[in-house]
Design a protein around this ligand. Sequence first.
Ligand code: TYM
Length: 346
Amino acid sequence: MTDAVQTPSLDNFTKRVFSGIQPSGGLTLGNYLGAVKRFVEMQNDDFETIYCVVDQHAITVWQNPEDLRFRTREIAAFFMASGLDPSKSILFNQSAVPEHAQLGWIFNCVARMGWMQRMTQFKDKAGKNAQNASLGLFGYPALMAADILVYHATHVPVGDDQKQHLELTRDIAIKFNHDYGVDFFPVTEPVIGGPAARVMSLRDGSKKMSKSDPSDLSRINMSDDADTIAKKLRKAKTDPDALPSEEVGLEGRPEARNLVAIYAALGEETVETVLRDVGGKQFSEFKPMLVERAVEKLSPISGEMNRLMQDGAEIDRVLKEGSLKARAIAEPILRKTYDIVGMLQP
Ligand code: TYM
């Protein structure tokens, strides 16, 4: 895609945020610091905000239906317990808005096999047995592009691991606009950053903190109680040196960097300001500070999640209302897309 590529300026679009989380397993501190905490920060007057539990993505690998229902509600509870307010943000689950899958089909026809084959997350998830992976897992990034573009979203806050998928979303928007000679889809801006764009495993600072790691000690789950959080942080891998007072001193010390970054993100500080305070301290002094901050910030969220989960009907009501608001935006954009593509709508 070189000449005649149309890239409409984002100024022509309503400033709108979209992001999502899969209900495919437990929630970790990575999901909170890399994503939901930042969703809450963007929930202000500058942006319209739309946040989704992406249940259709989850079934790209088999899910027990009862667990899927439970986890869909759990993520909705996590959103609200973290500070997302259904009167300010649209909260819903993906399958309740069929326009995502409908636009997803069109994007399956825009995206190229070669683009999909480059997706590192597919390679990681499919592993050695790619022939046995579902077609949905392979095509997943085209549906993700549809999630975003069916709202003409301009900004997408995510953790660093989603960067490649957002580049693909931009490529799909550009190719669609080019192939049909329109400037209809915005070329979305990824919002990735802050100290916790990539929260790492507590057992190995070179690996991402992930719900699928076999070791529960590698992660903080959003459902962990105060004692468990304290135990995991006390056991977190470190090195024998004292903390540096400047960021360059963290080079080659991934575990130290990760713990400082978590501490910074939880307290809305930068790594630099944290190091100014804690430089020179041993981990035996720093870890209790980290435990205190983590418990203080995370316990109220898990407490509120548990409270909200007591009333599944109320969660369903919020999601239903959100899906109606979401459809009101998505439906005309899908209709216009069909028009552009030449789908007769008698
Ligand atoms: P998912 O469900 O794997 O993760 C949800 C969000 O949490 C972030 N995240 C992390 N951030 C920092 N450090 C970590 N260790 C960490 N682990 C997870 C992810 O980057 C993500 O922002 N494909 C997406 C879901 C999705 C989506 C979308 C996102 C579907 N459609 C449209 C944005 C827009 C996913 O699997 O995220």
